[in-house]
Write a protein that binds this ligand. Structure first.
Ligand SMILES: [Zn+2]
Length: 314
């Protein structure tokens, strides 16, 4: 475990732009229920209708952020989720559409009132990335707000735990585990790159329910295992089968991202009770219906195609 920057003893009552009343209402709404907010349902390419990957799971009276891609800050603000009280983030891998707003989140949540270190669980390499972001890229920003605008108090950073497999956290009714999955590992990379390209899927158990998140992955035994009998499985689904044309896109579907030709097979093998799809390439209603039909050929359970801002009770 690598501690990056943390000042847990701070108790300043400076809440910046956050609204304590809204936070209190948000907390009341989620007591006793597991709920998923899909805040960023797009992929890496620009899409005027969708932000990149970021979701929030409410479980065991906690808000857990899953990935922090482009649009995460505005998505959290629109959903009126409590920046100041979220202290747990899970990262699936290090593509920019999954961590691009991490530094922004760390600083924004601090000036919005976060007074506990953000606990971050992610693949090996996460600590180094956060170290560079806080001590090099944004060190002037942090110094500006700590030395000049002193009302925010000392910077409160992140405590990073790099993980690859197994149970990573079990406390207060919340159990979180992860596994390594295949995301581009069949592409012609050398051993050096592959040794530092670790991608994770997540499983969260609380209140007798199971939620799983594919991150970015293609069909593999590990993904099926992490999603086994989940009450809700959040699965990337980049394109419809008919879009898997040409060398590049057929390779994407085979090696990099699940598409609608295999999403239903994953759900069926894992025996999930419900599947929500996310991480779409810019798409159309017709392509969504095509994906629905593709997946329905393999999986007879309920499915939903998420949009930014949707909520799902679990
Ligand atoms: Zn990715």
């Amino acid at each position: 475990m690598a501690q990056i920057l943390a000042s847990p003893s701070q108790s300043l009552d400076v809440r910046g732009t956050c609204n304590p009343r809204i936070e209190a209402v948000a907390e009341m709404l989620y007591i006793g229920a597991m709920k998923l907010h899909t805040l960023g349902t797009g992929g890496p390419r620009p899409d005027p209708a969708r932000h990149s990957s970021c979701h929030v799971l409410h479980a065991a009276q906690r808000h857990v952020i899953l990935d922090c891609g482009r649009g995460a800050i505005s998505g959290l603000a629109r959903a009126q989720l409590p920046f100041a009280d979220i202290d747990l983030m899970l990262l699936s891998h290090h593509h920019v559409d999954h961590i691009g707003e991490f530094a922004n989140y760390l600083i924004t949540s601090w000036i919005a009132g976060r007074r506990k270190p953000l606990r971050v669980f992610g693949p090996p390499g996460t600590a180094g990335i956060i170290d560079v972001l806080t001590k090099q890229v944004y060190d002037r920003d942090i110094a500006f707000r700590t030395e000049g605008e002193t009302a925010f108090g000392p910077f409160i950073g992140a405590i990073v735990t790099e993980v690859e497999e197994g149970v990573v956290l079990e406390e207060n009714g919340l159990k979180i585990s992860c596994t390594r999955v295949e995301h581009g590992h069949g592409l012609p990379f050398g051993k050096t790159f592959l040794s530092r390209w670790i991608c994770l899927s997540w499983r969260i158990e609380a209140q007798g329910k199971v939620f799983s998140y594919s991150g970015d992955a293609v069909m593999c035994d590990a993904l099926v295992h992490v999603a086994r009998e989940a009450d809700l499985h959040l699965q990337c689904c980049y394109m419809a089968s008919s879009e898997l044309q040409g060398t590049h896109f057929s390779g994407v579907g085979k090696y990099t991202l699940t598409c609608s030709d295999t999403a239903g097979k994953i759900a069926a093998r894992a025996k999930v009770k419900r599947m929500v799809l996310t991480h779409f390439r810019q798409t159309t209603p017709a392509l969504i219906e095509e994906m629905r039909a593709d997946i329905g050929n393999d999986f007879s359970g309920p499915i939903a195609f998420s949009n930014d801002g949707d909520q799902f009770d679990i």
